[in-house]
Design a protein around this ligand. Structure first.
Ligand SMILES: Nc1ncnc2c1ncn2[C@@H]1O[C@H](COP(=O)(O)OP(=O)(O)OP(=O)(O)O)[C@@H](O)[C@H]1O
Length: 275
């Protein structure tokens, strides 16, 4: 079921490769070693989720892939090239509302393509296609202020997908949404991803969400973090609505919870016991 690191980190040119990366932050009050050492590969067409206790370095890991943070140790490479900053083939979606409130939905979704210099007719055509894919047809001329939280998040996802990224980085993208909306958008994301099959790195606190969406779940240890275990999600795809009730789903969920619980108890300090 699972694999303990270090795994084979050679990877192919089309992979996202983490080669012994670490991140230590220097602050006025001292140093924080966030990520101790992570090695791993996200192969072409794979959906990888990262779970772990609060503050273990999940966002830090994602920001290093996105080129927003430079690792203090090791390298991340995409398609055989070391990541040194944000890349055109990589798109990011965050938890907080990142819509541009003065622009319409259509112009929000077309924004990344505009920055890339794609001509207006082409970018609008792609944007309309993505808007349809995320179920927002009819809202093209609305502004974010006229949308619900879930709809705004779908705009952010459509904007990222319109860029046709080869690597999609998502940092708790559904974290601010209610449970029903979260499940609905999760299913939508999976439906779209099954068509695009780009490489996804997805951060979540929700173990069910991680099992439902992923090919692999990386469980991070308490800080300074390493990947404690890689759990292969061997559920068939596509994953229809009743997937959550499969006995195998429950087994995977229980196994992941046991792993995370131990690390969360370390983070919460002596005496902390989680059910
Ligand atoms: N810019 C920064 N400067 C200093 N310390 C930082 C910085 N960014 C993150 N950290 C520290 O690095 C550690 C990891 O933070 P990070 O946000 O990556 O964790 P996380 O696992 O994503 O947390 P959460 O699950 O709570 O969102 C934390 O101790 C945090 O305080």
């Amino acid at each position: 079921m699972s694999q303990i690191f270090p795994i084979d980190t050679v990877g192919h040119d089309s992979d996202v490769v983490f080669d012994n990366i670490g991140m230590t932050f220097g602050t006025k009050t001292g140093v924080t070693q966030a990520v101790a050492n992570v090695s791993g590969v996200i192969p072409e067409g794979k959906f990888v989720s990262v779970i772990g206790p609060s503050g273990c370095g999940k966002s830090t890991l994602l920001d290093m892939v996105g080129g927003l943070l430079k690792p203090t140790k090791g390298t991340v490479s995409i398609n055989g090239e070391t990541v040194t900053g944000p890349r055109r083939d990589t798109a990011m979606v965050f938890q907080e509302d990142s819509t541009l409130h003065w622009r319409t939905v259509l112009d929000n979704v077309a924004f990344g393509l505009e920055v890339k210099g794609v001509p207006k007719a082409d970018r609008y055509e792609s944007a309309r296609r993505m808007i349809e894919l995320v179920g927002l047809s009819g809202f093209e001329d609305h502004r974010p202020g006229q949308l619900s939280g879930g709809m705004k998040q779908r705009v952010a996802i459509a904007r990222a997908l319109a860029m046709e990224p080869r690597v999609l980085l998502m940092d708790e993208p559904f974290g601010a949404l209610d449970q029903q909306t979260r499940q609905f958008i999760g299913r939508e994301l999976l439906r779209i991803w099954e068509k695009t099959r780009n490489r996804v790195l997805f951060i979540t606190h929700d173990i069910q969400e991680a099992v439902y969406l992923s090919d692999e779940v990386w469980v991070m240890s308490a800080r300074p973090s390493v990947v404690k275990e890689v759990v292969t999600i061997d559920l068939p795809r596509p994953r229809p609505e009743g997937t959550h009730t499969l006995p195998r789903f429950r087994e995977l969920e229980d196994h992941l919870w046991e792993l995370v619980k131990v690390e969360a108890e370390k983070t919460l300090g002596p005496g902390a016991r989680l059910a």
